[in-house]
Design a protein around this ligand. Structure first.
Ligand code: GLC
Length: 443
């Protein structure tokens, strides 16, 4: 075990209990949840069964968890079992499930697997235990500072990062080499290369991106926005940049990719896995996605095995390309009956040993800096030095408690603009005003 196993007094931290009590108005459902928890725990108490920790994950994330780290943890801790619940694919839908469970007052989840954007909301609502005393300063310093910062709210730490994430641009090295092209630095080059390879019949599509109305759309958009020199919400002063000319340029670029058939007409319905499947089948030159694609696209049966490269997203002249900081970390539900066991699990899952294994299986971005240069990881994934460079350009989605609502506004209006239900100007004016109203009034 890498960490000192220090149990801590979780009872001290309960400042937000009032919020929970106010929210307990879904009495019927609440009673059902409570009853199931009691029914689950009675046999456990009577027969000395292991403690079961419930953990909800997005479905694509569940596989790498199942392949190893859970089994290893359970082998080392025979008194604890992890009950992994596979949720929907979209992070915002999993967030909704956690949120409604917490609103009911007694969530069935012990461990909370949180996207990088959830902490301020969950912590402000009082749904999480304060983990600030869990790790020494020396331990914390081993993680990437941005991943740790994403787990803090008002100075307290609520989430320990298990892995980071970065949006990257994948390109087909083989096709670019054959055509004599360098990987694109600008959006214009990305367009030109796509068009040329398409005209030569080498590919069906140039560029794949996630255009469905969900959180992935917001994550993809902050990168393009950054590439045009724009911004969404400045977390320091809550200024909103959605109705600025840079935002309209970013939307115009995305719309052009579809209108000029660089991107498939179905783009506005795609999530990560839809785009990965098309790219992996060899039909496209470029893909914007996360590093989890790498081991799948390089799998034994993949038609594009050993044919891809990654780089930072393209940009417009004079602007720096951006990568969206993603990632996942673990917190403990304040309503958990097993906080000490949950803390043990967090210590193991975020340890160097478990992360190394998790990364070797899933190709994820480490949250521990040392793993970027770990010999075993680098020999399997030579692109990690490139990833480390990209990590320095990370753009945060606004780390504010109202993030889920702010993102929902952007997703709705951006999707309306991309699918021609509204003009980009009208859509972004409405999005900017709605966001300003929300941030002014807080609801
Ligand atoms: C990835 C990222 C996460 C992001 C999500 C969007 O899972 O790690 O931060 O919100 O994709 O689809």
């Amino acid at each position: 075990m890498v960490f000192t196993m220090k149990p801590f007094d979780f009872n001290k931290t309960n400042p937000q209990k009032k919020i929970l009590l106010n929210l307990k108005h879904y009495t019927g459902i609440f009673l059902i949840v409570l009853l199931s928890i009691i029914l689950l725990s009675v046999p456990q108490a009577l027969s000395n069964q292991p403690v079961v920790l419930n953990l909800l994950l997005t479905a694509p994330d569940a596989q790498p968890w199942k392949q190893g780290i859970i089994k290893d943890f359970e082998a080392k801790n025979p008194g604890i079992r992890i009950n992994l619940i596979e949720g929907p694919n979209a992070t915002n839908l999993v967030e909704d499930l956690y949120t409604s469970a917490f609103i009911l007052g007694e969530s069935p989840y012990d461990l909370v697997n949180m996207d990088v954007i959830w902490t301020p909301k969950f912590a402000a609502a009082g749904w999480l235990l304060d983990l600030s005393n869990g790790l020494t300063a020396e331990e914390l310093a081993k993680f990437s500072p941005t991943d740790i910062e994403a787990g803090r709210y008002e100075g307290k730490l609520y989430r320990i990062p298990i892995r980071s994430d970065l949006g990257v641009l994948y390109y087909r090295k083989d096709l670019l080499d054959q055509g004599g092209f360098e990987p694109p630095e600008s959006f214009t080059e990305l367009f030109k290369i796509s068009q040329s390879l398409k005209n030569q019949g080498k590919i069906n599509w140039g560029y794949l991106w996630q255009g469905r109305q969900y959180e992935g759309l917001a994550a993809m958009f902050v990168e393009v926005l950054q590439g045009f020199g724009g911004f969404w919400v400045n977390p320091e002063n809550l200024e909103v940049g959605l109705d600025k000319p840079e935002t309209l340029k970013a939307i115009s670029f995305l719309k052009d990719t579809i209108e000029q058939e660089i991107s498939p007409p179905g783009t506005t319905t795609y999530m990560e896995e839809d785009t990965r499947r098309i790219f992996q089948s060899g039909q496209a030159a470029f893909l914007r996605s996360w590093p989890y694609v790498w081991p799948l696209a390089n799998g034994e049966d993949s038609p594009i095995k050993d044919k891809i490269g990654i780089k930072l997203m393209a940009s417009s002249p004079g602007n720096m390309g951006g990568t969206c900081l993603g990632g996942w970390g673990l917190g403990i539900a304040k309503s958990s009956k097993h906080p000490q066991e949950a803390w043990k699990a967090i210590q193991y899952f975020t340890s160097e040993e478990a992360q190394r294994q998790f990364i070797l299986k899933g190709g994820f971005v480490p949250s521990r800096r040392s793993l970027f240069t770990d010999p075993e990881i680098v020999s399997k994934y030579p692109h990690y030095s490139q990833l480390l460079k990209i990590a320095d350009k990370a753009v945060l989605r606004p780390p504010i408690p109202q993030y889920a609502q702010v993102s929902d506004i952007l997703q709705r209006y951006l999707s309306a603009a991309l699918t021609n239900r509204m003009t980009p100007e009208t859509a972004m004016e409405a999005a900017a005003n709605e966001t300003r109203r929300l941030l002014r009034t807080g609801d």
